[in-house]
Design a protein around this ligand. Structure first.
Ligand code: NAP
Length: 262
């Protein structure tokens, strides 16, 4: 589905970024994988290459406009194009979660909003400038069900995810006339990722549940009574990045398996 496509992924060393990289590679994309630290990104790139795919790793801070610009220029120098930009950046949760809103300092509240939205805006804008010239491209990101439902002790994380979904719509309405699609994915928690384990295991413990019981409780809210696997989410991402999804833009796909009604 992604033969001859050039894809850049931000946060490619993470759970979601890594899974999306593997799915894009399986579909034939040429990958440029980035992250704040090189080692985890390099590991994903090596995995892709040893599976017969094409991937290069680079250290790029997805909050740094200059670093994103320079990296995109190097991709254009090598390939002449960028077809897909996927922002899978995840800000560490330690300073974000766990404090009631009434006790939250404003800087702690603002951190996820400014970081997530700034990073998505920068990566989208800088990719779009290259895509407009070719009248083609797909800009993508990932959000969470916090964007659409009230959850306790998540501080500014929910507003950050809601803002990213609004930005997806606004980018799309401006960029679609230039042949660029902008789409997002909103997956349910995937317990195989460190993010979910780190965020939920302490909450499970605090509620007197084991980690397994907590996962069962989350799974009971989905229609199939199970949680999504990374590979399932990544397969949808590959489809959405492909020309097969040419009719899809300005939307965030609900991958909560029934936990959240549209
Ligand atoms: N995991 C899930 O089940 C799930 C479900 C729904 C939504 N989400 C959301 O999806 C996003 C990604 O989740 P994830 O589980 O893949 O998180 P993750 O495993 O923590 O990966 C996030 C990646 O982003 C990188 N990163 C952080 N700040 C960066 C920056 N400024 N520049 C470049 N890279 C940066 C991290 O690299 P460093 O380690 O170098 O900082 C890390 O590799 C998060 O917003 C998360 O809340 C996750």
């Amino acid at each position: 589905m992604l033969e001859n496509k050039v894809a850049v992924i931000y946060g490619a060393g993470g759970g979601i970024g890594g899974a999306v990289a593997r799915a894009f590679a399986r579909e034939g994309a040429r990958l440029f994988l980035t992250g704040r630290q090189r080692a985890p990104v390099e590991a994903v790139a090596m995995d892709v290459v040893s599976g017969g795919g094409s991937a290069e790793a680079a250290e790029v801070d997805a909050l740094d406009e200059h670093a994103i610009h320079e990296h995109l220029e190097s991709i254009i120098d090598k390939t002449g194009r960028v077809d897909i930009s996927f922002n899978a950046v995840g800000i560490p949760n330690a300073k974000i979660l766990g404090v009631p809103l009434v006790d939250l300092e404003v800087d702690q509240f603002s951190l996820p909003i400014t970081s997530y939205v700034r990073s998505y805006f920068l990566t989208a804008r800088l990719a779009a400038r290259r895509m407009i010239a070719r009248k083609s491209g797909v800009i993508m990101t990932v959000t969470a069900l916090h964007s659409r439902t009230g959850l306790p002790l998540v501080g500014g994380y929910g507003p950050a995810q809601a803002a990213k979904e609004a930005l997806t719509r606004d980018l799309s309405v401006e960029l679609a006339p230039h042949g660029i699609r902008v789409v997002g994915l909103r997956p349910q928690a995937m317990p195989e990722t460190a993010t979910i384990k780190n965020a939920y295991e302490p909450r499970a413990k605090a509620s007197g549940m084991t980690w397994e019981q907590w996962q069962e409780m989350l799974a009971s809210k989905t229609h199939p009574r199970r949680l999504m696997r990374l590979e399932e989410m990544a397969s949808v991402a590959a489809f959405m990045a492909s020309d097969e999804a040419s009719g899809m833009t300005g939307t965030t796909v609900n991958l909560t398996m029934g936990s959240l009604d549209d």
